[in-house]
Structures are given as structure tokens and as C-alpha cells.
Design a binder for this molecule. Structure first.
Ligand SMILES: [Zn+2]
Length: 459
């Protein structure tokens, strides 16, 4: 029989000031989750049974490492098997409120992440905690600079929900056009005008687009002195890029605005945020989300201070539930109180860097090997090279460019066909370029010809 006793509300929201309180809240949530997993989770119920593990093998959180790591590939292969069987649970735990999609895809198919009403209300708590950690007040007004996308990823719509959770206004600038079937969306100059009119105090979006908006606003002579915070997510932001954005803010009269980084994931329905620049990425709802840093090979937890794979466990969800899910990044965790704000929660104190086979290109997770397999079957032995680079080399905020170079005579039909195939396979449209024969030959003796190169360097 599942225990559905509500978590104590004061323990369910936000970070903690005391490590023993956090531990107690996590133990209560973990016990409920493991009851649900053994009764109702199609994937883990089977996986744990295969390993001979029973509910009684999970007496406390210290037993969590008995669960093997879940990879993105495991989840993508059968996402419906990660949704709890909800019959008989309270209404808010069985009603699907919304489904978001991870951008990752091995075959152009986004992966659904299902939230029940119960999960959605927790997401509101998560979003509110993120805003409070970032120092948002009731006087703030958010300009939402995320685009609408053909599949919901959680970025655009969760900004609205974040504003709702703290009862503050938001203006959606609606950049770009999500679909040729509609007339929605604004060009850059319209977005600039909208932000100017809105008197926004917070700009929220992906860093490359915010940078374009700031540079264009400065060109148009706009002054945005009320902007006091810039929330960035979706792409890595190196320190050099942060400096460039700070200069661009100066160009619109907002030199003192603070850039706040978030490490977000659809699987969190939000992100880990800084309270002040350089303070580390705080888990905003530690009673509900658990972050481990583990040895990527063995899956065993590493002590705080060591670099390893970042792993997420849902402690309090009823739709899609993931245990020990490898987010695909390396970082270092600290559980000591934040020196800046005092919060006791998981903090990633090193900028996460990708270590698995998936890469982010133009905000989409791309699986290079899947593209190579696809191109190999289409092009046979004709040499090609697929690469990712910054639009302006060395300028991370200029955005990404996916380039397919192909040896031999070119024609428009082949160019269009290959661009369409890659777009269908990964969601990103490449530029296709024809180069002379042997131009892509390996440059050193015995080198294997590379078919994919990421030229963007470490974030
Ligand atoms: Zn802090």
C-alpha cells in the first residue's frame, strides 16, 4: 500500500538552512518514491527484479547507489516505461497536466517527459525557489526571450509559470516563428521594441539570442537602465562570454545588471541556479531532486570535491520518474552551506561540461554517431565532414553553425536533399558545402578520417 501522506509543506519548498532537516525530508520522500517504484514503475520494477533487488533492500537513501545508472539512451528507448502506473492514486497524482519533450533525439523523435498535476504544482514550487535564489522581488517584470518551439521543451512556458509562482508580470517577446502554419512570432527589431516598451527588469533566454538582442538594441539607440538581471540557460556560458555580455549590457545603459546562469534540464523542469555570480549552481528543491556526482564507469558516488558524472534522482514525482539518471555532464558537488546565501543544498561548484555522446547544437541535443550512420548509408564512400563551430570563430555568443562539407561536384538537389535529411534526423538545419576531391583527407599518416568535429572548444 502506497504511503501518500503529504510531505510537510515547510520541508517541501526551497533549500534548507540545516543539513539534518534536509536529510530527514529526503528520507521521507525517498521512502514514498521507492514504494511507488516497486509497485508502479514498469522500467525500474523489472530492472531491479533482474538484479535480485527487493523493496527491503532500500531501507534508506544510503542504499540508493544499488540502483544502476540510467542513461539517456535507456530513457529514450522506451520513455513510456518511465511513467508510473497511477490507477488508484489521488486525482492530482493520476491526471496528466502536461508533457514536455527533451530535445535529445537519435532519430528526430523527441522524448516525452510526463507531469501529473501533482508534478506541475511541484514545478511551480521549483520555479519559485529558483526566482527567490536569484533575488527576484515582487517589483520585477520579466521579458521572456525564449522562442516558441514546435515541441514544448519547458523553456518558453515555464517562464510564464515562474512568474505566476511569484505573482509577478511577464512579457513574452515571441522571437521567431514556430511553424509555417501560423503568423506568430516577431523579428529581432520588434523584439527589441517590445522589451523597450515593457520596462522589463529581467531578461530571460538563451545567451546567444540575448546577446543579439542587446547588440541590436544598442545599435537602435535603446536605453534599458531598469534591466537588473539577465537569466541565461540552454547553452554553456564561458567566463569570456559572460564578460562580452556584460559589455553589451553596458551598451544599453544596464552596466550593473547581474548575469545569472542556470543549469537546466527538461528532466528537472527547471534548473540549478546561482544566487550570486560564481556561487555555484544551487539545486532549488533538494527535498524533491537529488543530485549525485559519481564515477562514470562504476556509477559509485564520489566524495564532494571530486569531478564526476552528474546524476539526477526524482524523489517526489508521479508522472515520469527517473532514478540515478546521468544528465551527460561532468561537475563537482558541494553540500556545504553556500558561502554567499547560506543555503544547504546540492551545489555544482564547477561549470558542468558534456561528457557523453550527445552534443548541444543551436540548443538541440544532437547525437553525432546517429548522423554519421545516416550519412554513411546515404553517401557510401564519398568523403564528407560534419562539423560544429561558432558563427564567428572564438565568439561563443555568436551562436552555432552545423556544416556538412562534401567532396566532389555539387548540385542543388543533393544539397537540398542532405540538408533536409540532417534536419529531419536531429532538428538542426546544416549548411552544405562542396569541396574539391581529397580536401578532407586525413592530414597525418595513419590517421583515421574524422567524420565529425566539434570546433567550439571547451565551454
Ligand atoms: Zn547561494
Amino acid at each position: 500500500m502506497t504511503d501518500t501522506t503529504p510531505l510537510k509543506p515547510h520541508l517541501a519548498a526551497g533549500p534548507f538552512s540545516d543539513a539534518s532537516q534536509l536529510q530527514a525530508a529526503r528520507e521521507q520522500a525517498f521512502a514514498q518514491t521507492m514504494d511507488l517504484v516497486f509497485e508502479r514503475h514498469p522500467y525500474y520494477r523489472e530492472r531491479l527484479a533482474e538484479l535480485g533487488l527487493k523493496r527491503s533492500d532500500f531501507a534508506s537513501l544510503s542504499d540508493l547507489p544499488r540502483v544502476p545508472l540510467t542513461s539517456k539512451a535507456d530513457y529514450m528507448a522506451a520513455p513510456e516505461r518511465f511513467v508510473l502506473e497511477s490507477q488508484g492514486l489521488p486525482l492530482e497524482m493520476q491526471t496528466v497536466w502536461d508533457t514536455m519533450y527533451t530535445t535529445g533525439s537519435t532519430a528526430g523523435r523527441p522524448t516525452p517527459f510526463v507531469s501529473t498535476s501533482y508534478d506541475f504544482f511541484n514545478t511551480l514550487e521549483l520555479q519559485r525557489s529558483m526566482l527567490l535564489l536569484r533575488g527576484v522581488t515582487p517589483q520585477d517584470l520579466i521579458a521572456n526571450l525564449f522562442p516558441l518551439t514546435p515541441t514544448p521543451h519547458g523553456a518558453w512556458i515555464r517562464v510564464l509559470h515562474a512568474a505566476a509562482s511569484l505573482n509577478i508580470p511577464v512579457v513574452c517577446a515571441m522571437p521567431g516563428n514556430p511553424s509555417p502554419y501560423f503568423g506568430l512570432g516577431n523579428a529581432l527589431d520588434e523584439v527589441v521594441a517590445l522589451v523597450g516598451r515593457s520596462q522589463a527588469t529581467i531578461l530571460w533566454g538563451v545567451p546567444s539570442y540575448i546577446q543579439r538582442t542587446l547588440l541590436r538594441a544598442a545599435e537602435l539607440g535603446q536605453r534599458w537602465p531598469k534591466v537588473r538581471k539577465v537569466f541565461v540557460t540552454g547553452e554553456a556560458l564561458a567566463e569570456s562570454a559572460r564578460t562580452q555580455m556584460q559589455q553589451a549590457l553596458q551598451g544599453v545603459g544596464a552596466a550593473s545588471a547581474q548575469i545569472s546562469i542556470s543549469y537546466g534540464a527538461t528532466e528537472m523542469q527547471g534548473g540549478m541556479v546561482e544566487c550570486t555570480p560564481g556561487s555555484g549552481l544551487h539545486n532549488p528543491l533538494p527535498a524533491q531532486l537529488l543530485i549525485e556526482v559519481v564515477d562514470p564507469a562504476s556509477g559509485q558516488p564520489l566524495p564532494d570535491g571530486q569531478t564526476g558524472a552528474v546524476v539526477l534522482t526524482h524523489l517526489n514525482r508521479r508522472g515520469t520518474v527517473l532514478l540515478r539518471y546521468a544528465l551527460g555532464d561532468l561537475s563537482v558537488r558541494s553540500l556545504s552551506p553556500c558561502p554567499a546565501c547560506g543555503a544547504v543544498t546540492d551545489r555544482l561548484v564547477q561549470t558542468p561540461s558534456r561528457h557523453d555522446a550527445l552534443l548541444k547544437v543551436k540548443g538541440m541535443l544532437v547525437h553525432p554517431q546517429a548522423l554519421i550512420d545516416h550519412l554513411d548509408s546515404r553517401l557510401a564512400a564519398r568523403p564528407y565532414l560534419l562539423s560544429v563551430q561558432h558563427v564567428q570563430p572564438g565568439q561563443p555568443l555568436s551562436g552555432d553553425r552545423l556544416l556538412l562539407q562534401l567532396e566532389g561536384e555539387g548540385d542543388a538537389a543533393t544539397q537540398a536533399d542532405l540538408a533536409a535529411r540532417i534536419k529531419a534526423a536531429c532538428g538542426v538545419t546544416p549548411e552544405v558545402e562542396f569541396v574539391p576531391s581529397a580536401a578532407l583527407a586525413p592530414s597525418g599518416a595513419g590517421w583515421k578520417a574524422k567524420k565529425f568535429i566539434d570546433r567550439r572548444g571547451a565551454p
